[in-house]
Design a protein around this ligand. Structure first.
Ligand code: UD1
Ligand code: MG
Length: 473
């Protein structure tokens, strides 16, 4: 099979990826190929597929307005500038100089077909290498050929050309075999055909697709390699296509995880980005979004209704109805429901962050618990400490953030406010409702609240007064 390993000798293959178009149908400030599918820009999906067939050279055609694409390309890619977007044929022509003297095969594909994988490219290349064609193109039969170019064949089934849907007559529009937009050409015939393409069509564009008809007319053979999976060829031209492509990619990612031993309770409502890893026997409950560089261990239950971004979660973690980002959660932790864990937070093994708790940039020691209604920010909490309900670290004085240090085996009373910077030593306690402004030494109780006084009979007198008032009314 194919492999992207660096040891393999590069084949006599150049790949040309077309990505100069602005993608006007996207109605976006962002170049089309930078729109993301499952956490990766389209151009990255395409670059990865291309890299896996190990080409000697990779050229990417960019134009004005899409310079930002450059920084998303692999180092080895050569950028070719297409001065004006005169069409896909013109975009390939722009590579002529850079490929001067190159004699192998040239694979041309578009930056807006992110679902084509390396496996399909490899198959197409093999077909081309075995056949004696000047061009081998990828095609697929669609129930709805929509806006794709149609593949024309003669009565003996030989490919004679491609007609764009805008230029197609009724008979051609009825053709269901379409151009996937991936082609392998022999270099010589490609440049010859490109030099003959005109812009005599409804769009006034130089269509790469015309190269096929020109080759055939010239007596060269063109073969269409028909693939069965119609989802592969989806070209993203609008936000509708973007959503359709993302849905297919999402399904592929989930299937990969399920086949590797992850239970996905409801694939329809589960969103997992391409780079996320999930260990065996972990269950992903419905309405859960796992994104960015998130890595999840084995035997976890994640969800329902949770969002986890760029977070490392170890084995056996339970996380429900929560939002977690940029954090590390060690084995056996319990998070949720309704918990907000923010960047820079690490929960050590067996820790708990419970309902309506927000933790930011803090380290919570092994076995420590923050069970209810607290805000812990910029804090260091030791092991086996219990934070009472409704504790707040007042970490911000309006100018600077300060740290709170709470030791191991500490028990804080409900509604404690720690006015940072402040420290509660190991084995200390706080009284409920205390505002802690001074350090508490090890083993001591910190308490700061007004002593209670009881006013004799006050409540009874009040309630009798109310009853009297009612009777009068
Ligand atoms: C193209 C094909 C169509 C095929 C479909 C598959 C042509 C004329 N038509 O149509 O037969 O079925 O893809 O998805 O090729 N680009 C440039 N420079 C340009 C114009 C376009 O680099 O001057 C790039 C675009 O950035 C894009 C790609 O070429 O990534 C394809 O262009 P697009 O406008 O999307 O072509 P389609 O209409 O989708
Ligand atoms: Mg397109």
């Amino acid at each position: 099979m194919h492999s992207g390993s660096v040891e393999e000798p590069k084949r006599s293959l150049a790949v040309v990826v077309l990505a100069a178009g602005l993608g006007t149908r996207m109605k976006s400030k962002t170049p089309k190929v930078l729109h993301q599918i499952c956490g990766k820009p389209m151009i990255t999906w395409v670059s990865e597929a291309v890299a896996s067939v190990n080409p000697g050279r990779t050229l990417v055609v960019l134009g004005s307005g899409v310079e930002a694409v450059h920084q998303y390309l692999p180092q080895s890619a050569e950028v070719v500038n297409q001065a004006e977007q005169l069409g896909t044929g013109d975009a390939v022509r722009a590579c002529r100089q850079a490929l001067d003297g190159f004699e192998g095969s040239i694979l041309v594909m578009y930056g807006d077909t992110p679902l084509v994988t390396g496996a399909e490219l490899e198959e197409l290349l093999r077909e081309h290498e075995q056949g004696e064609s000047a061009c081998t193109m990828m095609s697929v039969e669609l129930a709805d050929p929509a806006h794709y170019g149609r593949v024309r064949r003669d009565s003996r089934g030989r490919v004679t050309g491609i007609v764009e849907h805008r230029d197609a007559g009724p008979e051609e529009l009825a053709i269901r075999e379409v151009n996937a937009g991936v082609y392998v050409f022999d270099a010589g015939p490609l440049w010859q055909a490109l030099s003959r393409i005109s812009d005599d069509n409804s769009q006034g564009e130089v269509y790469l697709t015309d190269a096929v008809g020109i080759l055939v007319a010239h007596g060269d053979r063109v073969r269409a390699h028909r693939i069965d999976d119609e989802t592969v060829v989806l070209g993203v031209n609008s936000r509708l296509d973007l959503a359709a492509a993302a849905a297919i990619m999402r399904r592929r990612i989930l299937e990969r995880h399920m086949l590797a031993g992850v239970t996905v309770t409801d694939p329809e409502s589960t969103y997992v980005d391409a780079e996320v890893s999930i260990g065996r026997d972990t269950v992903i409950e419905p309405m859960t979004v796992l994104s960015g560089s998130t890595a999840i261990g084995e035997d976890c239950v994640i969800g329902p209704s949770s969002t986890v971004r760029d977070t490392v979660i170890d084995d056996g973690v339970r996380l429900a109805c929560s939002h977690v980002s940029g954090a590390e959660i060690a084995a056996g932790c319990n998070v949720g429901p309704f918990t907000y864990i923010r960047p820079g937070t690490r929960l050590e093994a067996g820790a708990k962050a419970g309902a309506f708790v927000e933790i930011k940039n803090s380290h919570i020691g092994a076995g420590s618990k923050v069970p209810h209604l607290s805000y812990i920010g910029d804090a260091e909490v030791g092991d086996d400490t219990n934070i009472g309900a409704g504790n707040i670290t007042a970490n911000y004085d309006g100018v600077n953030k300060h740290r709170t240090e709470i030791g191991s085996h500490v028990h804080t009373g409900a509604d404690t406010v720690f006015v940072a910077p402040v420290t509660a030593g190991d084995g200390s306690m706080t009284g409920a409702g205390s505002v802690i402004t001074d350090d508490i030494p090890e083993g001591d109780l910190g308490i700061s609240r007004v002593r209670q006084r009881n006013v004799a009979g006050y409540a009874r007198r009040k309630s009798e007064g109310r009853k009297g008032g009612k009777d009068e009314g």
